[in-house]
Design a protein around this ligand. Structure first.
Ligand SMILES: [Mn+2]
Length: 385
């Protein structure tokens, strides 16, 4: 059986103050075409369909459209809730969708039968394990309150229940949203738990022919060749700039052996980091790549550059972030141009500071306003004593 493993779409994501919906639509179009061309039987989405519990309307519309297109092409879609999704909202239409070959599991249940798809070699059971906190699992599995339950212990219970529902000798695939120990995190993932460990052992998934994971945004193996993170649909932070995003094409042989091929997706705009001084960056031949990309500029100049952001936006219209790794505010003594011991009024100091920053002197009206402010402050200070 051939199926596509993808995860962490984060539809409706805001990145660099921008909604990524159009960028997501662009790669989803490619994902749909790829699924059709490669003749996949199913598309498996391992959680974080949306970026937040209440996604923007455009994001819901995009997901709805995507499901419809895959379903029209005769491709089954299987998805679970991730930690960013609202489980009860994602569960909407579950029974109705099943009739169209769309299978959703968002809420954790102690008894959840796998979704069984057939190919020429027989059935394949897909165990859908939506993201669940230990509290969710305690409730669903009625674990006594005095019994401690970690993320690992919670996952172990879900996996055990899932395996017991897989018919003997049937090929099996797990779909889960979790932090498998040993994985590499990125900064666009929201931690699953605050303090305490949220990690689970990769060995929990050993008995499945393949495990389709979501949560970590970098595509990676999780302790074994057949336990994988597909990674996010797009780069959602600058520490992901060097990652290759895409989907995994999985071929499950008759004996249950999984062969996995990573296929890149081609985003509308790349996310990348550009490093240079202002002088270098302004040279027309400095950066041959697309200037419309979503960039972070690491501006290497050591001295103050006025309006750096505006100057850089003229070069990179989609400037999402700016860092100044070599810049330090001038040490105090360099700013002290007056001989020691001379007492300078606050008004005088502020006037100099203003001129230094803006290259403009204060207007008489500003001078008067400043004097009023300083007088008011001085009065407050006197009265506080
Ligand atoms: Mn995610």
């Amino acid at each position: 059986m051939r199926f596509l493993h993808t995860a962490d779409w984060h539809l409706g994501k805001l990145f660099g103050q921008r909604y990524m919906t159009e960028d997501q639509r662009h790669v989803l179009k490619e994902l749909i075409a790829l699924s059709v061309d490669e003749g996949v039987q199913a598309v498996v989405i391992a959680g974080d369909i949306y970026d937040r519990a209440v996604p923007p309307a455009e994001a819901v519309e995009l997901f709805s459209e995507t499901l419809a297109k895959l379903s029209e092409a005769g491709i089954a879609v299987l998805y679970i809730a991730g930690n960013h999704d609202s489980a009860s909202r994602l569960d909407f239409g579950r029974e109705l969708l099943t009739a169209s070959g769309v299978y959703v599991r968002a809420l954790t249940q102690a008894e959840a039968a796998p979704v069984v798809l057939e190919d020429a070699a027989g059935p394949v059971a897909f165990s859908l394990l939506p993201f669940a906190t230990p509290t969710d699992v305690r409730q669903a599995f009625q674990v006594p309150r005095e019994e401690p339950l970690s993320y690992d212990g919670a996952m172990e219970r879900q996996v055990r229940a899932a395996l017991s529902a897989v018919p003997r000798g049937c090929r099996s695939v797990a779909v889960a949203h979790a932090f498998v120990a040993g994985g590499m995190a990125s900064s666009s993932e929201r931690p699953l738990s605050v303090g305490g460990t949220d990690q689970v052992r990769p060995a929990l998934f050993r008995q499945f022919c393949y495990t389709a994971l979501g949560h970590l945004h970098g595509p990676q193996r999780a302790g074994a060749e057949n336990i994988r993170y597909a990674g996010s649909l797009l780069k959602y932070s600058f520490d992901e700039a060097m990652q290759q995003k895409g989907v995994l094409l999985v071929d499950l042989a008759a004996d249950g052996k999984a062969e996995v091929r990573a296929i890149p997706l081609h985003p509308r705009h790349d996310v990348r980091i550009v490093r240079g001084t202002m002088e270098e960056l302004r040279r027309p031949d400095f950066d041959a790549l697309d200037h419309e990309d979503y960039v972070r500029v690491d501006l290497l100049d050591a001295d103050t550059i006025l309006n750096a952001y505006d100057k850089l936006t003229a070069i990179y219209p989609n400037l999402f972030a700016l860092t100044r790794p070599n810049w330090q505010a001038a040490p105090a003594e360099e700013l002290t141009v007056r001989p020691r011991g001379e007492r300078v009024s606050e008004q005088h100091l502020f006037r100099d500071f203003y001129e230094e920053m803006t290259k403009e002197p204060l207007t008489p009206a500003q001078e008067a306003y400043l004097a009023d402010c300083l007088e008011a402050l001085a009065r407050e200070e006197r009265e506080a004593r």
